[in-house]
Design a protein around this ligand. Structure first.
Ligand code: MOS
Length: 769
């Protein structure tokens, strides 16, 4: 991303800053539905729940196509080098084998489209060629695929392939790569280097200051459902069942890579067993599609758990310097946040750790800078709450250190420095009530029970500590969201689009919204997603899908109203009224005073079986004009054993400010799940990357530890529920918000318990003894 981009985005923001609210989506007026909720706001269980618990929800690799082959992959065992000998004869002769695919017989393909200036929403994750030559660029790269009648035959044959490599020196050491770090001009859509007010100078002059380096390890994706794909060609048409967060972007990318027209590719993904940023477009989908073409038969390719670690990128490790200076009253005079993450030149996903630091606190000066290290690794990708998860660990630890150094209460110190607008650009917040979230959270958690001096509360061998931290995540809404809406003569409505439900409740919440928007009970509305043949909607990512599709449904409802008015006829109860005087309510069109015409009556009079309209979400201008940001106050109570150093988290509370909550049950589930992921970041998760060999050494859930049930305490989730006047329905995305801030709250509680400051995640017992 480039300087040009900085200029374009900077100008767009300046222009948007001048736009009057009436030119923003919704005319700048809060959505009337915020006050008129019937289905929305209820803790409705996921509508697809019964299908899932009875095993009737078909997941991708349960799809069995006639004549389908199963695939197994062979991964390189060197990090950088060339294949010098490749003997596939034994594999080809093994029972059931139909095809061995290597760079020798792989179709010649172009590079997968990567997100960037040309297409911000391209789904590619790696710019490396896929089995196009004998080069190896990272340890674990796919070097061969075996297709056989059964998975067992494919797995066995894959073990018979013999490969020699000429290994070359590889860049695998984080510390060494710092000497040649790149400094990108921009990170995602933000300018990378922010330098205002002379932060270093103000830091040296500050009355109170902290200045430390924090380290976080790599993390790997571990969705319950492994990555898997089924690909089938019918002549020049391609059908792909995939587990993906980006159905339409993937279909379009496959069309580009395989030289097809968009309409020749269909991607289906109705149920997804977790994504978290990891279910984009990677090598395995391309290999499956190519293999199906060469073999002339459908192919199913499912990654093993180890396979996911080898070829699906995770979160980059980081090294971050955070310095905070404060005056005698504890007001921040300087915030410095700089550091390094890995992003190879062929990757596209920076781990944007300075993003949250731009909006979290006010300060007289800022110095923010993010640098990329080139290592020979599978390119990292987005992973739940990218950037904020590890950025808040560093910044929120530093603020806790500052509070300890100046003998201030950590909540008080934060409240004293909350911003009332964007601390750097000055753009107003659309809505921001972190102060209230802190007050509510602290009261409910019993923050006043904390003793300021570490190590003073104990229960036998257990030292008890309380910690807190702020979290945050930006609001986003994606352009290009479309839905199709069909109203039938029986008064039922079917809405569809290509959206993705990874288990977070997309179908449920969108059905609730459509029901209220149209004035219908829940059981009269169906919402169908998961197929690129439906109206195109954006990928699920950046916690932006719900708002993006809400906006498209709002547009479709407006068009339905206009269309119904048109066909309602000159003798209906609403004859002569304009669209702006009519609303959708009580199963029909309504206007004051007391005028109403039911959907059924309108369609019957018009002799229509159904009416279909499409809606497109208005361009997301709101987040160019306003600072739109959710935030949280996280509180943690834990015990640390003086004997073993073991940490046991007893209580965790998240107090969130994220706009309207559309469904308290699915929202609490999302936030709680995010907080559990934060616990993993704090205490257990760590990709063990061998810097000598460039290989990940713990590619399994036995060796890579995620929190299990016994590690997860009572998690309390509350929210302010204050609507955002500038987002659809007043809601801001919350899928990723829960994770932000949790690692720091835990590390700060560990300090309060023991007096030990751990600046190097995860907080394992060896660091506390
Ligand atoms: Mo998220 S990391 O955008 O799935």
């Amino acid at each position: 991303m480039s300087r040009v981009q900085n200029v374009v985005i900077g100008s767009a923001r300046r222009v948007a800053g001048w736009l009057p609210d009436r030119m923003l989506p919704g005319g700048g007026a809060p959505d009337p539905l915020i006050e008129r909720q019937a289905e929305l706001g209820r803790p409705t269980s996921r509508l697809d729940g019964p299908l899932k618990v009875t095993g009737r929800a078909p997941f991708v690799t349960e799809t069995v196509l006639p004549g389908q082959l199963s695939a197994a992959l062979v991964h390189s065992t060197v990090t950088r080098g060339r294949i010098t000998r490749l003997d596939t004869r034994a594999a080809e002769a093994a029972p059931g084998v139909a095809l061995v695919l290597t760079y020798r017989n792989m179709p010649r393909l172009g590079i997968v489209p990567m997100p960037g200036g040309a297409n911000l929403f391209a789904p590619g994750s790696s710019g490396l060629p896929i089995m196009q030559d004998a080069e190896v660029r990272y340890n674990g790269q796919v070097v061969a695929a075996v297709l056989a009648e059964t998975q067992e035959q494919a797995d066995h044959a894959a073990s018979l392939i013999e490969i020699d490599y000429a290994a070359q020196p590889a860049a695998t050491r984080f510390a060494d790569a710092k000497a040649t770090a790149r400094t990108p001009a921009s990170i995602l859509i933000e300018k990378n280097h922010v330098s205002v007010g002379g932060a270093e100078r103000r830091l040296s002059a500050a009355v109170h200051r902290v200045d430390n380096v924090y380290r976080t390890p790599g993390h790997n994706h571990n969705a319950i459902e492994l990555h898997g794909v089924t690909a089938a060609w019918d002549g020049d048409s391609l059908l792909v069942h995939d587990t993906t967060q980006a159905i339409v972007p993937e279909a379009r990318a496959l069309a580009t890579v395989f030289g097809l027209k968009n309409e020749q590719v269909r991607v289906i993904s109705p149920f997804i067993g977790g994504g978290f940023g990891g279910k984009g477009l990677w090598d395995h989908q391309i290999i499956a599609v190519a293999a199906a073409r060469v073999a002339g038969r459908p192919v199913r390719l499912r990654l093993s758990r180890e396979g996911v670690y080898r070829i699906i990128g995770g979160r980059s490790p980081s090294e971050q310097r955070v310095a905070v200076g404060a005056d005698a009253d504890g007001r921040f005079t300087a915030i410095i946040h700089t550091g390094y993450t890995v992003m190879p030149t062929y990757g596209a996903c920076p781990e944007q750790f300075t993003m949250g630091t731009r909006t979290a606190y006010r300060a007289d000066s800022f110095e923010l800078l993010h640098r990329h290290l080139d290592l020979d690794v599978v390119p990292n990708t987005f992973m739940r709450t990218p950037g904020e998860t590890i950025g808040t660990f560093a910044v929120e630890s530093a603020i806790d250190e500052l509070a300890a150094a100046m003998d201030a209460d950590p909540v008080e110190l934060r409240l004293r420095n909350l911003p009332d607008r964007h601390p750097i650009s000055g753009a107003p917040f659309s809505q921001h009530a972190l102060h209230q979230a802190y007050v509510d959270g602290a009261a409910r958690f019993g923050w006043d029970r904390r003793t300021a001096k570490p190590g003073e509360r104990r229960d036998g061998e257990w030292l008890i500590g309380l910690g807190c931290a702020s979290g945050g995540f930006p609001y986003a809404r994606m352009p290009g969201a479309n839905v199709s809406l069909t109203l039938r003569r029986d008064g039922t409505v079917a809405i569809s689009c290509s959206a993705q439900d990874m288990g977070m409740g997309t179908t449920t919440v969108q059905t609730q919204h459509a029901a209220d928007r149209l004035g219908l009970p829940l059981d009269r509305v169906t919402f169908t997603l998961g197929d690129s043949a439906l109206a195109a909607s954006p990928m699920a990512g950046g916690s932006a899908q719900t708002a993006s599709i809400l906006a498209a449904v709002i547009s479709a409802a407006d068009r339905l109203r206009d269309e119904l008015l048109k066909i309602a006829g000159a003798d209906g109860p609403l004859a002569g009224l304009r669209g702006s005087a009519v609303r959708l309510a009580d199963g029909g069109l309504a206007a004051d005073p007391g005028r109403h015409d039911t959907y059924r009556a309108i369609l019957a009079r018009a002799g229509r079986d159904e009416v279909t309209v499409t809606g497109t979400g208005a361009p997301p201008l709101e987040f160019l004009k306003y600072t739109m940001h959710s935030s949280s106050a996280i509180f943690c109570e834990l015990r640390v054993s003086e004997v073993t150093g073991e940490v046991r988290v007893d209580r965790l509370l998240g107090s969130f400010d994220c706009g309207t909550v559309l469904n308290p049950k699915t929202a609490a589930g999302q936030l709680r799940g995010g907080m559990i992921m934060g616990l993993g970041v704090a205490l257990t998760e760590e990709t063990l990357f061998d810097e000598r060999t460039g290989r990940i050494m713990n590619p399994s859930l036995a060796d890579y530890h995620i929190p299990a049930h016994l590690d997860v305490p009572d998690i309390d989730v509350i929210w302010t529920g204050i609507p955002d006047p500038h987002s659809p329905l007043g809601a801001r995305g919350l899928g990723e918000l829960g994770t932000s801030g949790v690692a720091a709250a835990v590390a700060n509680a560990v300090f309060n318990a023991t007096g030990r400051r751990v600046r190097d995640l995860p907080v394992t017992l060896d660091k506390l003894l």
